[in-house]
Design a protein. Structure first.
Length: 107
């Protein structure tokens, strides 16, 4: 949040008040402050590495290892970063097994 003018090659600058509000939300809802098991698993799989993408963690790689690589190229998914394509409850901060879409729907 302190270097938004250089956000993955884009200028994502916002006003100071919005930055303050978003930063407070991010800190409040970060894995360090969340009680869900997957939050802790992601956090612990990062260790002391400088990882900014969940898809680069060992926990994500382990839990997605049996998914065919080409599934992420599907036009309904498009990217490993599109969690919502499969995890219907992700916007609530949840990743419950019973809410994962059946991969056959992407064929």
């Amino acid at each position: 949040m302190s270097d938004l003018e250089n956000h993955f090659g884009d200028d994502a600058s916002i006003d100071k008040e919005s930055n303050k509000e978003i930063l407070a939300f991010l800190v409040k809802n970060s894995a360090e402050n969340y009680t869900m098991e997957d939050s802790w698993n992601f956090l612990n799989s990062i260790g002391d590495k400088d990882i900014i993408a969940m898809t680069q963690t060992s926990f994500w790689k382990k839990t997605h290892k049996d998914i065919p690589k080409n599934i992420f190229d599907n036009k309904k998914i498009r990217s490993k970063a599109n969690c919502k394509a499969c995890h219907t409850d992700i916007e609530k901060g949840l990743i419950e097994d019973e809410n994962i879409k059946n991969l056959s729907t992407f064929n």
